[in-house]
Design a protein around this ligand. Structure first.
Ligand code: AMP
Length: 489
């Protein structure tokens, strides 16, 4: 613990990416279908979006701040994106570097020809590599770690594009899913542990790559399979090849995709994340013995777990909170004054169903405790008799460095307070978290395999499967100087 604290004390995850990626080849409506795919992946990132297309001769690129529906639901923009090949990207809003330059896909002309890259994840040695490349004379355009990948591909002395890409991915570490376009080749790469997700679909004669299966459903593509951990798939016309250049490892996908991040209708490891979340709720009920009048979800993040809990306990499920669907992150985030109103903008108590009721309030996770704190007060103010908070995942005690937006250890409530102290802080009558073994059980495992954990679960355990090189490396640079804000035109 002490070691970890020291290791991460000064880490500045400024170039963190938490995003959605998509790609399609060999298809007449490549850009329009990419826009639809990105729209289905909107929950993975709302800060900006972009598409790069290729028509056999030239590449085309459009990038915008904001939502896909506001920017790419437009004939004129889509007309600019010619060709039968396209990749796209949704960028998640992060603390620093809100600039058009950071919006993906990135594109570069290299010795091997043009290459476009969309990246979901976070590299744990990006700053270290960047420092070395800069010393060597490289010029960087953005503050994103994705640019490091492009520079490594461009600098590789290997012969073919695929060899250059392989050369580059051997040098990077972290959690990543990449979708690339190199002339008429669509390429997908998943990190050696499969921390970040990537799936393959087929639409007539076209292959599709996407962060989640919900992006296949929206365009009517058939889900074929996940890209495996450490696999590189190379799609050319209607042919797909696969190489596995890394030493074989067991996969260890990120548990937070199951808990919170992926859309409930997306399939992860054979089941929808909705099914997994219901199971988390059922398991939470198995580990609990409280009697109450109602099970109330925090919408929408707690919906599936609350249903599972209610079905298991036979305690009635009811909507005690009503969500305003027209409040997006973009509205809440930038203005501090607005942010302080916080949860109230998004949710309101449904007085008629909660008045004088003993309530089990369920959410998927507790991070800083802001949501629970405000909702508990809101429900008491609206007349609830008792509120017992239940969280369908274990206590988050450790930050993330593989692409999920998590605050520092100092801000993580469970890293600094006991369960009783958290309960006091959020003002609930009682509080319980799902146990770690319960989480694994709900996912179909007997229990956590401590020698070879089945999931990337450092949030709860501090067990980081990929070293955070940037905090240790002698070439690290923690300050990036790109401060300008790009225009959206
Ligand atoms: P907090 O209010 O800080 O305790 O955060 C918990 C709430 O944020 C829950 O309702 C979660 O569904 C949601 N949440 C959890 N992880 C994330 C994340 N990485 N990004 C955005 N929201 C999240």
């Amino acid at each position: 613990m002490k070691m970890l604290k020291k290791k991460f004390k000064n880490y500045n995850p400024k170039i963190k990416e938490e995003c959605g990626v998509f790609g399609i080849s060999n298809c007449e409506d490549a850009a329009a279908l990419t826009a639809l795919g990105l729209h289905a992946l909107q929950h993975r990132g709302q800060e900006g979006c972009g598409i790069v297309s290729y028509d056999g001769k030239k590449y085309y690129s459009e990038k915008r701040f904001g939502l896909v529906g506001d920017n790419f639901n437009n004939e004129k923009v889509l007309k600019n994106l010619e060709g039968n090949f396209a990749i796209g990207h949704n960028r998640y809003s992060t603390t620093g570097g809100t600039t058009l330059r950071n919006i993906q896909p990135f594109f570069a002309d290299t010795h091997a020809g043009g290459i476009g890259v969309s990246h979901n994840g976070n590299l744990t040695n990006a700053l270290t590599i960047r420092g070395k490349l800069v010393k060597d004379g490289a010029i960087f355009y953005s503050t994103s770690d994705t640019e490091v990948i492009i520079q490594l591909i461009a600098k590789s002395k290997r012969n073919t594009t695929i060899e250059k890409i392989t050369d580059a991915v051997f040098q990077i570490q972290g959690g990543y899913a990449l979708v690339m376009l190199a002339q008429n080749k669509l390429i997908g790469v998943r990190d050696p542990l499969g921390i970040r997700p990537l799936v393959i679909g087929k639409l007539k004669n076209s292959y599709v790559l996407a962060s989640e299966t919900c992006a296949l459903d929206i365009i009517g593509a058939r889900f074929l399979r996940e890209v495996e951990n450490g696999e590189i798939v190379i799609i050319e016309n209607d042919n797909m090849e696969s190489i596995k250049p890394f030493p074989a490892k067991k996969s260890r996908p990120c548990v937070f995709e199951y808990i919170y991040f992926s859309r409930p209708d997306s399939i992860l490891n054979g089941k929808t994340s909705y099914e997994f979340r219901k199971k988390f709720g059922e398991q939470l009920a198995i580990e609990d013995d409280i009697k109450a009048d109602l099970v109330v979800p925090v919408p929408d993040s707690g919906n599936a777990a609350a249903l599972g809990y209610s079905q298991k306990t036979k305690i009635n499920f009811d909507l005690g909170l009503i969500r305003n669907h027209y409040v997006g992150r973009t509205f809440i985030e930038p203005a501090q004054k607005i942010r302080s109103l916080g949860v109230k903008l998004k949710l309101n108590a449904n007085k008629s169903s909660i008045k004088n009721k003993k309530i089990i309030l369920i959410d998927d996770s507790l991070v800083r405790g802001t949501t629970s704190h405000k909702i508990v007060k809101m429900l008491y103010d609206a007349g609830a008799k008792e509120i017992h908070v239940r969280i369908a995942s274990p206590e988050i005690k450790f930050p993330d460095f593989y692409g999920v937006d998590m605050p520092t250890k100092e801000e993580l409530l469970a890293a600094n307070k006991s369960v009783n102290e958290i309960c006091d802080y959020i003002g609930a009558k009682s509080l319980k978290f799902l146990s770690i073994d319960g989480l694994y059980k709900a996912m179909g495992f007997e229990k956590r395999n401590n020698a070879f954990p089945q999931l990337t679960d450092h949030y709860f355990t501090g067990d980081y499967p990929v070293e955070i090189i940037d905090e240790l490396g002698e070439n690290k640079i923690t300050q990036l100087s790109l401060l300008s804000t790009g225009s959206n035109s």
